[in-house]
Design a protein around this ligand. Sequence first.
Ligand code: IMP
Ligand code: MG
Length: 185
Amino acid sequence: MSHVKDSHKIRTLIDAATLDKRVTELAAQIDRDYAGGDGLVAVGVLKGAIYFFTDLTRRLTVPVTVDFFQTSSYGSGTSAGEVRIKRDIDMSIRGRDVLLVEDIVDTGWTLRTILDLFRFRGARTVRLCALLDKHEAREVDVPIDYSGFRIGRDFVVGYGLDYDERYRNLPDIGVVEFDEGRQEA
Ligand code: IMP
Ligand code: MG
């Protein structure tokens, strides 16, 4: 199935039912790993992770507090030392078990940067949960403890992910099929 939305053709890659099933599995795995502890601080990376974050955290039964972090990078791509903090978390994470929840790991610089910062601040543990892993695009190693799906290098949208702030609310994840010869911003 493919949709034409605002002039972009979007080919479904992972449908809503498949996403839902995988999120449930990830939540069960996280629940098992954190069982018996004093709970976790779930930190969602804005804005892309919001749909995944809310679906995931509402399925957890271990005690959870939620917080958010927002980054941006200079220019179009992400690279070393160029991840800017747009919004920091509100809570202290010293001595806490932190679960960092991200939509997609591409070069790896965003998660690497936040992971190092949270460790520096004295979190007891920091684990990474990412819905999508663009493994072939990795420039820096990041240990993904909970990974939803491995995908190729195609640009994807939906379920929180955007192209120029559009398509975040699509229920499926789809590949944007850019027209040959048409200039994209
Ligand atoms: P990084 O390169 O691993 O630092 O990823 C940076 C950010 O780029 C991710 O958190 C996403 O917000 C964004 N990104 C990377 N690939 C895609 C994509 O295919 N669609 C939408 N956003 C993406
Ligand atoms: Mg993101």
